[in-house]
Design a protein around this ligand. Structure first.
Ligand code: ADP
Ligand code: ZN
Length: 363
């Protein structure tokens, strides 16, 4: 039986749950689901790239524990996170005889997790949900915090809910099959946690670049656990994004969303655009005299060592600024940013003049 090495508690009163982080622990999914949900029937939702590997491991374990299991294999990619797909899933759930005692298990990246969570939140007015995130991005970001949903054409994550899972199992070994770009994209969000909340963690990343690039599982387990803990603390303080505490997680993201939308979704992976976006935000902070250039340089050095892009693509800066103005987090056309005050701390800055925001795109 594989050992669970680390555990993070997401402390949300009666909605609280555990994140178990280990290696090879997808193979004990059955025990986990039985313990957390007392369910007899599980609907596993996954995608084609992992159906034969990680999802198969989960299903084998669920079946071995005596559970009735149905599986839905989706097409990979953001396009799957649609209301059309949700509609098909709801109908399949009905065919499977899913009831309030069944549980939905997501095995995959953020696309699978967000969609499966949305199905769990809505089917029969909400049923149990467990997550087995298999991308680094999903492990450190989308699987913590309970945001689930689907996209509308031109509006990502526009329809959804807060729906906390009964538990999350993170198998670090799953990261070993992840394509290089997907892996590095997740690392950008990892670096983000260091910048916004934890300077010793940032230093840890700086001193373990070789191990990270080699995907050393013991180091990755520590990193993933720290990120989950940091995000869990933020989510506990602001579960439904009401007090502004959760906004710190948006560091680099206003610039990131502009880059993603102007270059067309798919040109950059999300984390790649986050990497560039964080450096824009840091340059903006330096322009405003909030930090010295060394703070930006330190982030840039780490991101480059992790082989992430750091240069704004060759597109019209005015178009990028216009995209920022249309960001759904922009309030009344005023530009607001999460900016670093040092490595390990950020502040929310309102009323940033458009010209300054625009200038931050330039090196
Ligand atoms: P993300 O988690 O980055 O938001 P996706 O859910 O779109 O994004 O997953 C990114 C891609 O990686 C998808 O094509 C998915 O099928 C694939 N994928 C997910 N997990 C793994 C894994 N452990 N090994 C290989 N490919 C994976
Ligand atoms: Zn992000």
């Amino acid at each position: 039986m594989p050992e669970t090495e680390l555990r993070v508690r997401v402390d949300l009163a009666e909605r609280g749950y555990d994140i178990e982080i280990g290696t090879g622990n997808l193979a004990s999914a059955g025990d986990f689901v039985r313990r957390q949900c007392a369910a007899e029937h599980t609907v596993v939702i996954t995608d084609q790239n992992i159906a034969g590997t990680h999802a198969a491991t989960v299903i084998e374990s669920l079946t071995a524990s005596g559970m009735r299991v149905n599986q839905v294999v989706l097409e990979p990619g953001e396009g799957t996170k649609s209301i059309l797909q949700a509609d098909q899933l709801w109908r399949l759930m009905l065919e499977f005889g899913t009831d309030r005692k069944s549980v939905v298990a997501a095995v995959g990246g953020g696309v699978v997790g967000d969609l499966a969570g949305f199905i769990a939140a809505t089917y029969a007015r909400g049923i149990g949900f467990v997550q087995f995130p298999t991308t680094l991005l999903a492990q450190v970001d989308s699987s913590v915090g309970g945001k689930v949903g689907v996209n509308l054409p031109g509006a990502k994550n526009m329809v959804g809910a807060f729906w906390q899972p009964h538990g999350v199992v993170i198998d670090i070994d799953a990261l070993l099959t992840l394509p290089d770009r997907e892996y590095r994209s997740g690392l950008a969000e990892v670096v983000k946690y260091g910048v916004i909340l934890d300077e010793p963690f940032f230093e840890f990343l700086e001193s373990h670049v070789d191990a990270i690039n080699a995907r050393q599982t013991d180091v990755l387990a520590q990193i993933v656990a720290r990120c989950c803990q940091l995000k869990a603390d933020v989510v506990r303080a602001d579960e439904r994004e009401e007090t502004g505490v959760r906004a710190v997680l948006n560091y680099g993201h206003t610039f990131c969303h502009a880059i993603e939308s102007v270059t067309g979704y798919g040109t950059f992976l999300h984390g790649e655009a986050v990497s560039i976006g964080m450096l824009c935000a840091s340059r903006l902070a330096a322009r405003q005299g909030r930090i010295d250039h060394g703070v930006t340089r330190r982030q840039r050095d780490l991101l480059m060592a992790l082989e992430l892009p750091v240069t704004v693509p060759d597109v019209d800066h005015q178009a990028l600024l216009d995209a920022m103005r249309h960001d759904k987090k922009t309030v009344g056309g005023k530009l607001r940013f999460v900016l670093p005050t040092c490595i390990g701390h950020v502040e929310l800055v309102a009323d940033v003049p458009a010209a300054e925001a625009r200038a931050a795109f330039a090196e």
